[in-house]
Design a protein around this ligand. Sequence first.
Ligand SMILES: *Cc1c(COP(=O)(O)O)cnc(C)c1O
Length: 378
Amino acid sequence: MRATRALIHLDNLAGNIREAKRLAGEGVKLCIPVKADAYGHGAVQCAMRALQSGADCLGVAAVDEGAELRAAGIRAPILLFSPPAVDEIPHLIHEDLQPFVFDSEMVALLNDQALKQGKTVRVHLKVDTGMGRVGCRPEEALGTAQEIALAKAVLMEGICTHFAVSDSPEDGDAAFTRKQLKVFLETAAGIEKAGVNPGIRHCAASGGLLFYPESRLDMVRPGIITYGYYPGAYLRGAPEMAAKTTAVFTPVMELVSQVSAVRTIRAGETVSYGRTWRAEEDGRIGVIPLGYGDGLRRSLSPGLTVGVNGAPCPIVGRICMDQCMALVKDAKRGDPVTLFGDKKKGAPMDAGDLAEIARTIPYEILCGILKRTPRVYL
Ligand SMILES: *Cc1c(COP(=O)(O)O)cnc(C)c1O
């Protein structure tokens, strides 16, 4: 196997889920998103461990992702967050996925296909309270709920919405989140008042779960904290939000490699494409066999510090497709390298630090680790 691997610490995943469950409190169901291959960690392995650790159901974005879990023998409820293509509907029903729906056409298509297969399909009515992505408008929700109630083979399992800025500490954003929640609760109550049971109400992803206890309702859907990172604004930039949570989450993925070669460099010589880095003095360069072809973004250099034999060493010069170079002191071939991981266990940086350097969010760093890097489950 390649020296470059993503170690997946499943015990940390289990610990994070227990922490999320503790936060959510008694009687609140836990839906663990395993979309995008469990944020890059491996969907089947993470789903199984999540279910063992107290998750009630799973969330995916694509029908094929749900089918992968079913093929692995997972029987737990699987929510389908994103609208399927029309020609995926037979597959979705066959695999017993629970789609988010928000228009009459989809309700009718699901009903027809479920009748054909002699099944019922459980759905969640998605209301757009301000995310501006998918969902019906709040004023249309009752009509759609009534259509679901009338469709013989469609069952309303729940009602949901999604927050746009629940991870942001700005005053205006907090007001917007509270407004979204208010509209959602009023919409669900209106449906109930009209005599239709809306089922379980859920709206909180990681941000809602951490920062808006009143949004926990009947179920929460925390993704990024399951994998060990805080959402969006990232707590170091928002100490006032950090103060709102006592929850501790541990990174699940540790990206490691080994020094493949050690080279001598003389003062004035340059390293890698574009000659962007020049040695100020004589030194040694450790070559590491991974690059942007593994998802180690080119924009991480300069800035990325890796651990070589536990010592922090800067990556110098441009990151290539398959290799990158670190300025090392006394490394030798085969020495262990940590690209990112748990800082409490000695990694110089975590995926949140990488996200800051690359001006993105930890989600994209984790999902961005490509298939060439094998996942090793611990
Ligand atoms: C991805 C997703 C989540 C999880 O979001 P996090 O910010 O990772 O907690 C929850 N709900 C829906 C609908 C999603 O698409």
